[in-house]
Structures are given as C-alpha cells and as structure tokens.
Design a protein around this ligand. Structure first.
Ligand code: UD1
Ligand code: CA
Length: 453
C-alpha cells in the first residue's frame, strides 16, 4: 500500500497582514509548513506533494529538500481544485493523506489513528467537536450517526450551523477514488469554489461508509490565520516541549518562560532559570546550570558548566567545568577546553582557548589561539582586522597578558611570557620574557593644577 501526502499551502493568509507567505511564518523558529512537512515524513509516506501558489517560488525556495514534489496552483479556486493539481504527482498512490500547510501541530499519533481507520474505509475525515464551531465546515450525520456530507459555514442552513462537529480539513482518501470524485466537483456554492469536502456526499451516494477519527489534542487541528493565533500556538508548543523536558529530568524554574526553538539534548541535573532560549541543536552535559536571560544556539556545552545570567552563545563549544558570564558572548567557532573562565563583557569569536585559561573582564578575543593556564587581563583586545584581512593571534601556555593590552595580529606571545598592562604588542614576544610598550610615567613634584581665570 503506497501512501502519498498532499499538503495544501497555496492560500494567501490575508489576516497575517504580512508580505511573507503565511506558511513561511515561523513557529518555534521553523516555518509553519516545515512542521507539516516533518510530520508528513513521519508517516513514512512514499511521496509528499506540496500545493503552493500565493507567495510564489518563495515557498518552495525555502525547502530545497529533494523528497518534495512542488505543485503550483496559480489561482486559488478552492481546496478541491488545489487537490486536483496534485493528482498527477500522486499517480500510483493507493492512499492519499491531505494536510494543510497552516495547521502545523498535527501529530503523528493522530495521523496513525487516521491511517488505521483508513484500512476499513476509502474515506476517513479527521473531525473534532468544538464549543464554538463558527467558520468551519460542519459534519452532517444521519440518525444512525453515519456521516452524510460536509456543509461549509457559508452554505449552511441554521439547523446545520447548530452542529458542533466540524471538519478539520485533514482526511485520508483512497487514491484512485479521489481522482474520480475530484473530476466531478463543481463550484456551484456560496463561495464559487471547488470544495474538496463535496467528495463526502459523493462517496456516501456510492454507498461508501465514511469514517472519522479524532485528534489527541485540539491544538493539533488548529489553523493559523492571524498573529494572535500564531502566538497562542507558539505558547502551546513551548509548553509541550517544556513539559517533555521536565519529564526527562531537566529543571525549569518556570516552564512558561522557557523557549526551545530547535532540539535540546540535556544530561542529568540540568537547571535552567527563566527566559532561557535554546535554538538550533544544543547539547548540554550533566550538572549544567544556566542563568536567566541566556540564549544558546547550535552549541555543545560540557558537564558541570555554569553559565551565568545574560549570555549569548552561538555555534560554540564549551568544555567541562567552564564558567561563562554574566554578560558574555561566545560567537561562532569559539571553542573552550575544560575549566576555562569567561567573564563579563567578553566576546570570543573563532578562537580556541585551552584548559584552565581565564578571560575574565571586558575583552575581545577574535581569531586567536590561547594555550593552557593563560591569564588575559581586563580590557585586552586582539586587533585581528586591518580593514581588509583578518589575522591570528597566538598566546602560548601560561602567558600573562596585562590589562588593557592590544595584540596587533599577526602576533605571538610565547609560553610563560608576560605583557605589561597598557601595552600595544606589534611584535612577537619570546617565551618567558617581558614585553612592555607603554610610555614611561613622568612625575612633577609640586606641580600646580591650572586655575580658572
Ligand atoms: C476548509 C474546509 C472546511 C474546514 C476548514 C478547516 C473546504 C471547502 N472547506 O475551509 O470544511 O472546516 O478548511 O480549517 O475544504 N488552499 C489552497 N488552495 C485553495 C484554497 C485553499 O491551497 O484554492 C489551502 C489553504 O492554503 C489552507 C487550506 O487549503 O491551507 C484550507 O483553506 P481555507 O481557505 O483555510 O479553507 P476554509 O475555507 O477555511
Ligand atoms: Ca481556514
């Protein structure tokens, strides 16, 4: 049995009031459509087709993955017309699952239930009963509770509007039958659209028993139509993620003030204070404590690491036992070995810092290799850029860089060397030597300060 998935994503999304196509708006930093595509892949589908239209090539351009078939629907003439465009791409599929690009939280467990029900019926609808069904297509059943048809809000008589069971739009259809049914759709309705939902009455007329399944959680079938719904969905998704992390043993000071916009692998006894944002792929070792207001993206943090408040860590590697911040910034390719200390207002980019070294205050370290047990004094700056090219600085083991030093790269400070505070180092410093470039201090005993005239 071959399974195809058709994702309808051609609609405009006027209420988002945005130049960005609706399905590209991010939920937890991933486009709405990206969530649906990932879930579609999770069904083990043999083929996935996405119907796009509004927003043009911007939509497919966002997903260069070779497993997706892109089908353009130039004019949005309705869900039936959209599905029709995908039929050639679905040739040979025994069953076709229809998903919506703007219904991002649909889950694989729910779809499994739909697929299971599909073993008994050529047409299964995902339906849900809502206290307020306004706007949705209503599921009309007969006295024996058999589904008869779907009636859209705009076409519904008052007794139909009173029904609370609605069509989520997600359905599983027999492949060959879908083609036959779609060929017979018309647009003779209140909106002048080709309604995919009209296939239900056709199936019933043929004597087919239409089945239904229900989602595990109402949020799974909620669509995003405006920014308020997008925000509501974001909070819901974040709470699901927070709860799942807490179940796995992570301590969150406040699950309502935690954001996971990617994937997090955390060891034992990890504690996250409020407003921690984790993005991309992040790995935290055991006993990691992260202070409030810290953002970590695509980084690997070792065990027993303390990250104090207000740090930004991006594409960096932090070894075991390091202490970072508060107010530190690790930029891409910052690699800290074990037991390194990076203090406040320190920025590190494309640099390796070896075991036990300290950069505790107000420094810029860029394109630099720092050996073991080095002490970098407050206000040290690597001058790595001449306006055109970048150059490297090398600081060998046990060197001591006095405060307020500028290291004009390319330059090397040898092992065990000492640089006096306030120096501008332009030449290599030999190992175990002293380098000092500051002007000599002068003194005038009895000097009088200027007086106001
Ligand atoms: C549709 C269903 C309705 C259901 C509701 C659930 C029909 C006729 N109605 O209504 O029963 O309760 O969804 O949200 O199917 N799309 C296209 N091309 C088009 C039209 C739509 O790709 O020409 C896509 C949209 O981008 C969207 C989805 O299909 O992802 C649903 O379209 P939308 O206009 O929201 O459908 P509704 O009228 O709300
Ligand atoms: Ca809709």
């Amino acid at each position: 049995m071959k399974l195809g998935v058709v994702i309808l994503a051609a609609g405009q999304g006027t209420r988002m009031k945005s130049a960005l196509p609706k399905v590209l708006h991010p939920l937890a930093e991933k486009p709405l459509l990206g969530h649906v595509i990932d879930t579609a892949r999770g069904t083990g589908a043999d083929r996935i087709a996405v119907v796009y239209g509004h927003g043009g090539e911007r939509v497919p351009d966002c997903f260069p993955d070779p497993d997706l078939v892109w089908v353009e629907q130039a004019q949005q003439l309705g869900t039936g017309h959209a599905a029709e465009q995908a039929l050639p791409a679905m040739a040979g599929m025994d069953r076709i699952l229809v998903l919506y690009g703007d219904v991002p939280l649909i889950g694989n467990e729910t779809l499994d239930a739909l697929l299971k029900a599909g073993e008994e019926s050529p047409l299964v609808l995902l339906t849900v009963t809502l206290a307020n069904p306004t706007g949705y297509g209503r599921i009309v059943r007969d006295d024996s509770f058999n589904i008869r048809r779907i009636v859209e809000q705009k076409d519904a008589a008052p007794e139909v509007l009173a029904l609370n069971e609605i069509n989520t739009g997600i359905m599983l259809v027999d492949g060959p039958k879908l083609g036959n049914w779609i060929a017979r759709l018309d647009n003779d309705n209140a909106q002048g659209e080709y309604y995919l939902t009209d296939i239900v009455a056709m199936a019933v007329a043929e004597g087919t028993k239409v089945q239904s399944a229900q989602p595990k959680d109402e949020f799974e079938v909620m669509g995003v139509n405006d920014k308020a719904q997008l925000a509501q969905m974001e909070r819901h998704l974040q709470l699901i993620r927070a709860k799942s992390l807490m179940r796995s043993g992570v301590t969150l000071r406040d699950p309502a003030r935690f954001d996971l916009r990617g994937s997090l692998t955390a060891g034992r006894d990890v504690e996250l204070d409020i407003n921690v944002v984790i993005a991309g792929d992040v790995v935290l070792g055991n006993d990691v404590k992260i202070g409030a207001n810290t953002v970590i993206r695509n980084s690997r943090i070792g065990s027993s690491v303390l990250i104090f408040e207000n740090c930004v860590i991006d594409n960096a590697v932090v070894g075991d036992g390091c202490q970072i911040g508060p107010f530190a910034r690790l930029r891409p390719d910052a690699e800290l070995a074990a037991n390194v200390r990076v203090g406040n207002f320190v920025e590190i980019k494309k640099s390796q810092v070896d075991e036990g070294s300290k950069i505790n205050h107000l420094s810029y370290i860029g394109d630099c290799s720092i050996g073991k047990a080095v002490n970098v004094g407050a206000g040290t700056i690597t001058c790595n850029y001449d306006g055109v090219n970048k150059y490297r600085t090398v600081i060998e083991d046990r060197a001591f860089i006095g405060s307020d030093t500028q290291l004009v790269a390319p330059v090397k400070v040898g092992a065990g060397a000492m640089v006096g505070a306030g120096s501008t180092i332009t030449k290599d410093v030999p190992p175990d030597s002293l380098a000092l470039s500051r002007a000599k201090q002068i003194g005038r005993v009895g000097w009088k300060r200027p007086q106001k005239k």
